[in-house]
Design a protein around this ligand. Structure first.
Ligand code: HEM
Ligand code: HEM
Length: 183
């Protein structure tokens, strides 16, 4: 039988990554507005962003592997099109959570600047390559916009469940919840 709620490891990863991703997006948008004044402030925040971005890259690999290995959680009762919309949104969220760190990482590799992981310099993987850097930069930027839209849709869906349908969907994504949402 399919489980009716997410297991604790999935719940832990969902909330940890939700906080880190929202923070990472805010940091990305803020740091790109910092002046290039040679003070090192911009570079320092870029390094913070790159380091946490790489952590997120590792976390999403673990999360995806776990999502594929664990038994599939039964969808909550809803009209077919809504179920399809939810499944599609979740898949796209996963896809974007993969595209973001990879495009960020290789965009940075081809920028020619050394990448540091919390201060530790990583080996240089390639020479500077401007057109690849620009292409990956656009992918990073557009994927970030798509990710923000989908997160907004995801949170709206949560509010719809919480306050309109009132089916306690959140219980499925809680550390210790009940199974009030049955298929
Ligand atoms: C206030 C913020 C958030 C709330 C209230 C929330 C709530 C939820 C809930 C209740 C579910 C379970 C849906 C179900 O039972 O079918 C869920 C699933 C999911 N959430 Fe969130 N979420 C939030 C933020 C995020 C963020 C920032 C991301 C990632 C960018 C995210 C990605 C996902 C994914 C991928 C799933 C599907 C999990 C799976 O089926 O494998 N969530 N969320
Ligand atoms: C889930 C992971 C990540 C998220 C959500 C994220 C999000 C963002 C956002 C919203 C921006 C600002 C918009 C833009 O100019 O593109 C940005 C910029 C940037 N990100 Fe990320 N990022 C992630 C991972 C990474 C990683 C792993 C690296 C590199 C190792 C990286 C390097 C950069 C760089 C260099 C910029 C500035 C681009 C420019 O100067 O135009 N990011 N990121």
């Amino acid at each position: 039988m399919q489980p009716l709620r997410y297991d604790r490891f999935s719940v832990l990863l969902h909330w940890l990554m939700a906080v880190l991703i929202v923070g990472q997006i805010a940091l990305g948008l803020w740091m790109t507005g910092l002046p290039k004044d040679g003070s090192g402030l911009r570079a320092a925040w870029f390094n913070v962003h790159k380091s946490w971005g790489m952590v997120l890259g590792l976390l999403i690999a673990v999360r995806l592997a776990w999502a594929l290995l664990r038994p599939r959680v039964a969808p909550p009762p809803a009209a077919r099109p809504l179920q399809a919309l939810a499944a599609g949104t979740h898949r796209l969220l996963y896809a974007l959570m993969l595209v973001m760190p990879w495009s960020g990482f290789f965009g940075s590799v081809f920028s020619g600047y050394p990448i540091r992981f919390f201060g530790m310099p990583l080996p240089k993987l390639a020479e500077r390559w401007d057109s690849a850097k620009e292409l990956l930069g656009s992918v990073h930027q557009w994927s970030a916009a798509a990710l923000m839209l989908l997160i907004a849709l995801h949170v709206l869906a949560f509010l719809y469940h919480q306050f309109i349908v009132k089916d306690a969907l959140l219980q499925r994504m809680r550390w210790s919840g009940t199974d009030r949402t049955t298929p």
